[in-house]
Structure formats: C-alpha cells, structure tokens
Design a protein around this ligand. Structure first.
Ligand SMILES: *[C@@H]1O[C@H](CO)[C@@H](O)[C@H](O)[C@H]1NC(C)=O
Ligand SMILES: *[C@@H]1O[C@H](CO)[C@@H](O)[C@H](O)[C@H]1NC(C)=O
Ligand SMILES: *[C@@H]1O[C@H](CO)[C@@H](O)[C@H](O)[C@H]1NC(C)=O
Length: 386
C-alpha cells in the first residue's frame, strides 16, 4: 500500500516540473485523490479478503475442534466398542437381559440412536442390541489396512460388506443365537442378506418398510435417487465439512430428525453432533449411493440361497405415504414392495400400522415395539414349552 502511494507522488512531482503551478497543483490533487481512492479501494479489497478467509477457515476449524470435544462428551451411555478383528471396532449398545436377543439394524445413513425408544421398551422383556454401521455414528470408518478384503467381493458401503461386519460383531460380542433380526430400509436389506446366508442364527426376521430390490430398475426412481436425493445429501456433507451445518443448527434452520418431549437432551445434542460431522455424513452419502448395489446383491442372494423355512418373517408397514417423496414414486415403491414380498416371502406375517409412514421407528416407537414384544413373548413361551 505504501509503495503505491509514493509511486503516485513521484508521477505527480514529474508533472509539476514543466507547466503552470496551478495545473500542477490540480494534477497533484487529482493524483493524490486517485491514490487515496486506490488505497481505500485496496484496503476494502483486503478487508473483504480477510473476512472471506475468516468465513472460509474459521467455521470449519471451530467445527472441527468442537466435534473432537463433543465426540468424547456425547458418546452414548452403556455403549461399548467391540473389536471385530483387524483393528476395526464397532460401537454397540445392548440393554436388558434374556433371550431371544433382538438385534436392531438402522435405516439408510442413520446411527443406532434412531432405535432409542424401541430399544428402551423391548429391553424390559429381553436383551436388545443396536450398533452403528462402520463409518456412521460412533463407529469410525475402516482404514485401508483394516479390511478383510470383503469389499473386493462386495464393494464398500454395500449390504454384503455390512453383513460381514455384523457377522463378526455378533461373534465377537458373544450374542446368543438364534436371535431376532430387525431391519428398516437398508437395515432390512442387511437383515435379509444375513438371514439367507446365516440361516441357523436368525429365528425371526422382521422387516420394517423394506426396500423392494427392483425399485432401482425403475427409471423414475433412479432419476429421483441420483439426481435429487444423493446430491442433496452430498450438499449436506459439504455443509457439515465447512461448518455451515453447525451455524444453521445454531440459527435453528437445520433441525435434528428426532425432536419433541420424549427426546432427551443427550439424544438431541448427539443428533446435532452427527449433523455437523462430515465423516458421518460422508458415510451416509455412500450408503445411499450404493443402495442400488445393495439391492442387487440381495436379489441375487434371494435367488441362490432361499430363506430357511425355520426362519419366520414379519413385515411391518405403515399405510401413510412418505411426504418427502413425490406421490407417484410412493406408488411405485408400494407396488414393488408388495410384489417383492409375495415372491420372496409368501408366508410372511404382515402387520399394517395405521397412520404411520417409514419414520415410525422414531415417530411412533410404541406401535413398533408392541409387535416386537409380541414376537419375543411368543418365542419365549415356545421355548418354555419345549
Ligand atoms: C493401520 O494403519 C494405521 C496408521 O496408518 C495404524 O495406526 C494402525 O495400527 C494400522 N492397523 C493395523 C491393523 O495394522
Ligand atoms: C412420550 O412418552 C409417553 C410415555 O412413554 C407417551 O405416553 C407419549 O405418547 C410420548 N409422546 C410422544 C410425542 O411420543
Ligand atoms: C448403481 O448406480 C451407479 C450410478 O448410477 C451405476 O454406475 C451402477 O452400475 C449401478 N449398479 C447397479 C448394480 O445397478
């Protein structure tokens, strides 16, 4: 800035040497005012630059440091890290005592917290476990050197891989078999894949609003998924990485999915933490992105290895369409869901819950737990009579 000003003065002096002093003074003033305006213009640019730097670097930095602190503070009570081999560990929470054990697998891209209320009520009768799939919630992503090589077969973030993780988790955690496996959305694909392969381990398979595997063959659905939904999740990931999500949460523009009187402060803070956490968001994107692969894996498994007749299947569905999904897509999903279930599980027990949609596991948890408790009670009395 200083150099500019003297440079301006020098040219002004050169001009004074020849013509009238008046003209010289004028040009001198003009030069001075020009250089003044240049200076002020320059300082404005530099100020804007500094503000931009602040905006670009400070929020991500603050977000990062807050995340580190919150990660330790907000770790769920009763949760444990189970070593599933090769340096990988999975965050798992089990509540209650007894058998059969109930395992809950969450919908696409969400952590095990989504089951909070269902787990609480079912744990009054038996042991119930939830876990965070690798990369989500409090289970960190697997490193390059921590894999079993399964992703060569199944690809990262697909059902085949998740089922491999779950299988190792169940063994490492010493879960009593056979258990009741409950899955919602992507969790239902995992549940199906698991039960088809490890059929002696699963006594009952419960599918909550299952994803029909054929849905990804529908052009309309593919278009919605890959041009609307996945990009919106990628934006959410970017917003988390830049610290914008944290700001939007503070301003009340971005809100956690689970809210209301029955959501504890801890649970609320944990959801905010995960919304601002780029690692969690990135895994959520991956699970959505590869959902078509997951669906196609499950379709193949269902053909090559039908479910054992010893495993019972129940399907829980609501009768209300998902508001976030365009109406015609809701119809496509409903039609394919019916077809897929009839083909794969003709003997399934169908439970329709009135007035709920796919968010029932956290919006209407008592209706979901009621059916799980009935199932547990049926298994327990069967065991006693044997
Ligand atoms: C994987 O690599 C990381 C560092 O890159 C190291 O800290 C970790 O111990 C390794 N894990 C295994 C199972 O070798
Ligand atoms: C909150 O929990 C109570 C008791 O568990 C229940 O009666 C009530 O319906 C719940 N409220 C909501 C909004 O879920
Ligand atoms: C899944 O979608 C991606 C992206 O559209 C595509 O490249 C891939 O081939 C699809 N996989 C299957 C099994 O359809």
């Amino acid at each position: 800035m200083l150099r500019k000003r003297t440079a301006g003065q020098e040219t002004a002096e050169n001009v004074t040497s020849e013509p009238s002093k008046n003209a010289a003074r004028h040009s001198d003033e003009r030069a001075a005012s020009e250089s003044r305006s240049q200076t002020s213009c320059w300082s404005t640019v530099s100020l804007i630059g500094k503000i931009l730097l602040l905006i670009i670097f400070v929020p991500p930095f603050l977000n990062y440091t807050s995340l580190k602190r919150e990660g330790e503070l907000l770790s769920p009570k009763g949760g444990q890290y189970i070593d599933i081999g090769l340096g990988q560990s999975i965050h798992m929470i089990c509540k209650g005592q007894g058998q059969p054990v109930v395992i809950l697998d969450a919908p696409t891209g969400v952590s095990s917290d989504i089951w909070f209320h269902v787990q609480e009520s079912v744990s009054e009768m038996t042991k119930v476990c939830t876990y965070d799939r690798v990369g989500l919630g409090f289970s960190r992503r697997a490193m390059q050197n921590e894999t079993t090589g399964m992703e060569k077969v199944w690809k990262m973030s697909t059902t085949g891989r998740m089922v491999d993780d779950l299988h190792r988790l169940i063994k490492a955690a010493g879960i009593a078999t056979p258990f009741i496996l409950v899955g919602s959305e992507l969790g239902s694909l995992n549940g199906r894949f698991y039960s088809h392969i490890h059929d002696t381990q699963v006594s009952d398979l419960v599918l909550i609003d299952p994803i029909p595997e054929e849905v990804f063959e529908e052009g309309q659905w593919q278009q919605y998924w890959y041009t609307q939904l996945v990009p919106s999740l990628q934006l959410k990931q970017l917003s988390a990485a830049t610290g914008l999500s944290r700001l939007l949460i503070i301003l009340g523009v971005m809100r956690p999915a689970m809210q209301g009187e029955n959501i504890s402060e801890d649970l609320l803070q944990r959801q905010k933490y995960l919304l601002s956490n780029p690692a969690h968001q990135s895994s959520a994107v991956d699970e959505h992105f590869f959902l078509n692969e997951s669906a196609s894996q499950v379709r193949e498994i269902s053909i090559f290895k039908p479910l054992s007749s010893k495993t019972s299947v129940s399907v829980i569905r609501g009768d209300t369409f998902d508001e976030e999904l365009p109406a015609h897509l809701n119809q496509v999903v409903a039609k394919l869901q019916k077809k897929c279930l009839e083909q794969s599980y003709p003997n399934a027990d169908h439970i329709h819950i009135r007035g709920v949609d796919r968010r029932m596991i956290y919006k209407n948890p008592s209706l979901v737990s009621k059916h799980l408790l009935e199932l547990v009670s049926r298994r327990q009395s069967k065991r006693q009579s044997q």
